[in-house]
Write a protein that binds this ligand. Structure first.
Ligand SMILES: [Zn+2]
Length: 185
């Protein structure tokens, strides 16, 4: 009799109304062009994948949604009502002067209260890079719950955004070195 291999995967989806942050940024296109400073009401969606060895518990669920919701909310809140700047772009220069952060970008000069700016470890504050960074942050937080991957979608306007997937390392599942097979003597 023919058997059909069957497998399934369940993914948790969290896209709560309060997973949002309003922030100022500007995109840098090339050596001569960059957007002016402006803002978006960003929205965030998170999808959580579990590894095959994590099982739905006896009660019929993985983990209380509230555990993840609190972590996601805390993470996006850190970027809310902030100026987001790409720390790793070669043309961005930062100088702290007491409570102020002076920012030089080519012929531009900005001064912000230092506690209203988040310097992101990125070369551009694009939704592509921001979704990947949020994914990295959330993956670290979620690892203890046995997740295998996290996908983060960041929309800067309705229907316009980027989705990144961050995978947990599969150490333990896949041998990192070839197994030595000893022949019987
Ligand atoms: Zn923008």
């Amino acid at each position: 009799m023919k058997t059909i291999a069957q497998s399934s995967q369940t993914v948790l989806i969290l896209e709560k109304q309060n997973f949002k942050f309003s922030a100022a940024h500007f995109l840098i296109f090339d050596q001569h062009t960059a957007e002016r400073l402006h803002g978006h009401n960003y929205r965030v969606k998170v999808e959580i994948h579990f590894s095959a060895r994590s099982e739905i518990n006896e009660k019929g669920y993985f983990i209380d949604f509230n555990v993840f919701k609190k972590i996601i909310k805390k993470t996006v809140d850190a970027w809310d009502e902030m100026v987001l700047l790409p720390q790793n772009h070669q043309d961005m220069k930062f100088f702290t002067q007491g409570p102020s952060l002076e920012v030089r970008f080519r012929d531009r000069f900005y001064v912000f209260p230092v506690n209203e700016v988040v310097l992101l470890p990125l070369t551009n504050t694009s939704v592509e890079q921001m979704s990947a960074l949020l994914g990295e942050i959330l993956l670290k937080e979620f690892l203890t719950y046995g997740i295998s991957a996290v996908q983060v979608t960041v929309e800067e306007t309705n229907g316009q955004g980027a989705k990144s997937t961050q995978y947990a390392k599969t150490t333990g599942d896949v041998p990192s070195e070839p197994l030595l097979v000893r022949a019987h003597e």
